[in-house]
Design a protein around this ligand. Sequence first.
Ligand SMILES: Nc1ccn([C@@H]2O[C@H](COP(=O)(O)OP(=O)(O)OP(=O)(O)O)[C@@H](O)[C@H]2O)c(=O)n1
Ligand SMILES: C[C@](O)(CO)[C@H](O)COP(=O)(O)O
Length: 228
Amino acid sequence: MQTEAIVVAAGKGTRMGTDMKKQYLPLAGAPILVRTLQTLAACPSIDRILIVAAEEDLDYVQELVREHRVEKISRIVPGGQERQDSVLYGIKAVHPETEYIAVHDAARPLVTVDEVEAVIETAKQRGAGTLGVPVKDTIKRVERGQVRETLPREQLWAVHTPQAFQREVLEEAHRRSQLEGGFGTDDASLVEWAGYPVRMVQGSYENIKITTPEDLIIAETLWEKRKG
Ligand SMILES: Nc1ccn([C@@H]2O[C@H](COP(=O)(O)OP(=O)(O)OP(=O)(O)O)[C@@H](O)[C@H]2O)c(=O)n1
Ligand SMILES: C[C@](O)(CO)[C@H](O)COP(=O)(O)O
């Protein structure tokens, strides 16, 4: 059962507001993308890693992989306008023998090997799984500044990556989304929309997505704490 990881790294990092795209900023001395790739490469269940990067960054990413001796990299392919497009281009480029695909954000470098392994195992057992954590805040739905409702927190989870799927399930969800105009900020939502069940795997609150400048400070602190 071969598993390929698709690492999406083709975003612009607009909310970070730095000149350098956030996936290339250093986290404890190495680029965030490299930190993410190193963890995935250490996962026994992952056979290959495909990187999706912006067209203009393809040579730079190739150089990063070489310089940091990242293992298991199969291909580096250009991404698209939205995250969903980048994942689709990745799916189209996976190795023909791939049976399971784990999609992961380059911007989540704090994921652990155990978390990745747990999600892939879930995909193998149940077809589709995502990491996530129960929300800690009370969540309200707001329209034009007016609170409309307070959602039942016991049912709400914040969703992380990786998200892992049987290859055919992910392919069908993306194909149908493209044909019927479906849009999702994650892959699990496309798979749900296509009618497949998705299992939630509880992960860690540390698996943050580096999105705004304070996330980088938090990530540095967590990284240092792990080093002991
Ligand atoms: N067209 C896109 C958009 C996003 N991503 C990737 O998807 C992950 C999650 O996206 P996000 O954190 O929102 O990154 P950006 O889109 O870069 O951020 P922003 O919305 O602030 O521009 C990131 O690893 C990002 O590089 C991608 O591969 N292709
Ligand atoms: C996939 C994701 O990281 C799950 O939380 C998230 O949906 C990405 O969203 P973004 O708008 O691209 O940051």
